[in-house]
Design a protein around this ligand. Sequence first.
Ligand code: PMP
Length: 312
Amino acid sequence: MAPFTKSDTIWFNGAFVPWDAARVHVMAHGLHYGTGVFEGIRSYETDDGPAVFRLDDHIARLFASAALYELEIPYTAAELTSATLELLTRNRLTRTYIRPIAFFDAHSLTLWPRECPVSVAIAAMPLGAYLGEGITKGVRVCISSVRRFDASAIPTTAKACGQYVNSVRAVQEALRRGFDEAIFLNQRGEVAEGSGENLFLVKDGAILTNGEEAGVLPGITRASVLEIAATLGIPARVAPISVADLSAADELFFTGTAAEVTPIVDVDGRAVSGGTPGPITLRLQESFFDVVHGRDPRFTRWLAYADALASS
Ligand code: PMP
């Protein structure tokens, strides 16, 4: 994957600062112990200017993740929302990946960082398809030997920094073995999700994805696709997925903010839907792109327009 493209300014602890000035001390608690929470959000071009997809839901999840780690974000959701929109305007960016992060900063190395200040930053940078040409051609995945961590150890519904070492190991293995992405199994040996994506399968014209009990992050793209499927009359179910279900699937696809709706065309060397993206996957992908680009009036409520802020 290409290195990120710097943008002009980053919102850092309440001020807009140049990209290169947004620095953190090496003794930050979050750096040592992964004690931070973050979000991944996208903005898209629409006829009414740049719009952030489901910004309120992402900010709400950031606060929910923070609460699980007893991390108090010293800003309101409204402040982070307007900072995000202003960031797009200031950077003159349209299609971006937005990364808010809140973490325990430098003060002490004690494990309960009660006294550590909490720092918050929001960066926005241009980003194309996360899984490259996989967005059109589909990706080849392996079932990882790295299992997804269990909710009994770490809250699986939180998006916390340290948790991602689990995903890093799965991606490292997948790429080493020549695949594009990994699928985690959970501690029970059921299918969980991708390293940074939820998983859907298509069987006999219906879609199936697993729920929180499978130890997956309840993705905002996943929820969006379930709602979009309803408008298309595609039946949907939420239930556990077994490895056997994967092998028997007619189609498979990932959902995620970065990955959007990415077809899966091969699992461990076994072709899915004949090795090309399946028709239901493509319908959902097309509808998803209509929604995020503001072309579906039923879902413009999911868009926060940056220019509306600029002109208000
Ligand atoms: N699972 C994991 C582990 C993730 O990191 C992500 C990305 N946030 C997702 C699923 C998809 O979530 P969303 O659609 O909200 O981006």
